[in-house]
Design a protein around this ligand. Structure first.
Ligand code: GTP
Ligand code: MG
Length: 129
């Protein structure tokens, strides 16, 4: 998937990242007021990047929903590894990262790792709990 990115002030690209099942797709659909990305209790339901655009106060936003990120050492499945790499590549390209934290589980070590990922890549990071 080729993702053209722009950092001009009236075009903002952002992605929602987080652990599996933290509610990323629910937030994505909610922001877009549409049911674009499948939502459900199944752990690791989102297996592709979902992308959409919307305009707010004359600003064009591109938003991505992403597959959940688990700790690397826990992943054996090659497809999941590939999905993880795609999300990390996307984090490199967007302007803003929304890190979604599941308030039911409280903040976990993996949430800190993901915060570190976004901040290390010098992304403007929004923590959404
Ligand atoms: N109670 C409650 N449930 C929520 C909330 N957000 C999401 N859920 C539920 O949590 C489950 C997982 O939501 P998803 O949006 O599919 O989570 P996800 O992070 O996209 O999951 P993956 O794609 O598997 O990584 C679904 O059953 C949602 O209905 C919330 O704010 N409150
Ligand atoms: Mg999802």
């Amino acid at each position: 998937m080729k993702i053209p990115m722009s950092s001009s002030l009236n075009k903002i690209n952002f992605c929602i990242i987080g652990k599996p099942n933290s509610g990323k797709s629910t937030l994505f659909n909610c922001l877009l007021e549409d049911s674009i990305s499948p939502v459900g209790d199944e752990y690791g339901l989102t297996k592709n990047l979902f992308k959409d655009k919307f305009t707010l106060y004359s600003h064009d936003f591109t938003i991505f929903d992403t597959p959940g990120l688990r700790r690397k050492s826990k992943i054996e499945d090659l497809d999941e590894k590939k999905r993880n790499r795609e999300v990390i590549k996307l984090v490199d390209k967007v302007d803003v990262v929304i890190l979604l934290i599941d308030s039911v589980e409280n903040i976990t070590k993996q949430d800190f790792r993901l915060a570190d990922l976004a901040i290390t890549k010098k992304k403007d990071t929004i923590f959404f709990i």
